[in-house]
Design a protein around this ligand. Sequence first.
Ligand SMILES: Nc1ncnc2c1ncn2[C@@H]1O[C@H](COP(=O)(O)OP(=O)(O)O)[C@@H](O)[C@H]1O
Ligand SMILES: [Mg+2]
Length: 213
Amino acid sequence: MTLVIGVVSQKGGVGKSTVCRLIACNYALSEWLVKIADMDLAQGTCTSWNRRRLQNGKNPKVAVEQFVSVADALKMGKQYDLVVFDGAPHSTRMTLDIAHASDLVILPTGVSVDDLEPTIKLAHELKKNKIPVQKIALAFTRVGNSELEVAEAKDYVEASGYHLLKGVIHEKTAIRRASDEGKCATETSFRTITERVDVLVQSVVNRAGELKK
Ligand SMILES: Nc1ncnc2c1ncn2[C@@H]1O[C@H](COP(=O)(O)OP(=O)(O)O)[C@@H](O)[C@H]1O
Ligand SMILES: [Mg+2]
């Protein structure tokens, strides 16, 4: 059975594509056959990133394909162990389709109230549309240096009742540079970055494993 993970947000620039690539590469590293369904046709971020990955001969390989509809992606996805949906921003219909199709729906979010508020609002929207709450998980992305800020954001999410994945992705030039070369956030040349981001990866793997049982 194919595992389906959706990565969605209403906002652009929160780190959806970065999280998708991270998840895809790390499952592929464990010999899973992985496909990213790039639903952001306007940007095609993962598609261009994969071209760079192929050009640079980077392993493990992941497949990326652009799709107009979730149904099309699912048909194709049957041949894969994992399909990761990279959602388009500002598309409520597609966000819902992705959420319905996914075993785990990840909402990447910054830790400011500006970012948290719309993220929780989206989670409520998913819940209202019959997405089981346990399938929804928030992930902190593009986080700064303040541990206090992260702790407060954590309290904010806990108060909302939604699941927060362990680990965060810090805002790092090295992560941007890595993606410029077709690499993911655990493929920078900095071991400390990899170790930190690995916590988030492990948390995704654990949560997906629990939900798929
Ligand atoms: N942790 C990070 N550190 C540095 N830059 C990041 C990080 N996460 C994302 N970015 C950069 O921020 C921009 C938006 O990220 P992206 O993953 O494409 O977001 P989205 O898919 O939600 O629009 C990109 O330029 C990306 O390289
Ligand atoms: Mg994107």
